[in-house]
Design a binder for this molecule. Structure first.
Ligand code: IPE
Ligand code: IPE
Ligand code: MG
Length: 240
């Protein structure tokens, strides 16, 4: 861990909107998929940075529900890349005792991708040193819709009273209810928006936006984000 970031100021959960792969490729007159390929190397780098910093949860926005509107060739390329990543990186997750989880409408993914994910998730389910969460076919609004449907079903079944619904009820019905909210949200490539990521969970997260494109976001940039986080004063609406 970098000496500049004292342990008490290390976030427990970092979430990243990995943006800018296409721009990285365009700047080099390369096909967009080359940017995604290089971006996969940054994913590996981010996992290592989290391991070395003692960050417990890393959530990566890898594919949004809205990303299904991209050209089929790009979607196929991303799905292929995901399978390659799972094949090539599973051993590192084992070595580092990192558990893989998925958030999102996993049922929308191609069967082969679901199979590869399920295999790695099952193989790493017992690990507790760190958790890597891939947001796949994920949308913050979709997650709230899915939670609402399940809450409504409980109300209809008579097991939940409408008056008993509170914030905890909603949190308990999200995709990964046991995962703490992100402390730090990083977005690369300079866009100042959430793009439908973790709408509920990011309510009090610290935001860090950098112009660096995701394929160029490596450990030095990660350390910069951690240093910025360490200098933040979280107030949660109070005066403390
Ligand atoms: C992020 O890079 C990766 C995904 C959304 C899958 P983009 O593909 O959005 O890259 P830009 O924003 O076009 O540069
Ligand atoms: C957000 O990036 C989604 C992911 C990083 C997976 P996008 O490139 O899809 O978001 P917009 O289009 O800039 O809002
Ligand atoms: Mg983008």
């Amino acid at each position: 861990m970098s000496a500049a970031v004292p342990p008490a100021s290390v976030p427990r959960h970092v979430a990243i909107i990995m943006d800018g792969n296409g721009r990285w490729a365009r700047q080099r007159k390369l096909p967009r998929l080359k940017g995604h390929e290089r971006g996969a190397e940054s994913v590996r780098s981010a996992i290592r940075s989290c391991r070395d910093a003692g960050i417990q949860y890393l959530t990566l926005y890898a594919f949004s529900v809205e990303n299904w509107s991209r050209p089929k060739a790009e979607i196929n390329g991303l799905m292929r890349l995901l399978r390659t990543f799972l094949r090539d990186r599973a051993q590192e997750l084992h070595d580092d005792h990192v558990r893989l989880r998925v958030t999102g409408r996993m049922q929308d993914l191609p069967a082969a991708v679901q199979k590869a994910l399920n295999r790695v998730m099952a193989d790493t389910a017992a690990y507790e040193r760190g958790t890597l969460i891939l947001a796949l076919s994920y949308g913050g609004r979709a997650e709230l819709v899915d939670a609402t449907r399940r809450i409504a079903a409980e109300v209809k079944a008579g097991t939940l009273a409408p008056d008993a619904i509170d914030e905890q009820t909603i949190a308990d019905h999200l995709y990964l209810p046991d995962v703490p909210d992100p402390d730090l949200l990083i977005r690369t490539s300079g866009e100042m928006r959430l793009s439908n990521f973790l709408l509920w969970q990011l309510s009090y997260s610290e935001l860090y936006v950098t112009d660096v494109l995701w394929p160029d976001f490596r450990d030095d940039e990660f350390q910069r984000a951690l240093a910025a986080y360490a200098g933040r004063h979280r107030r949660y609406g109070g005066l403390a």
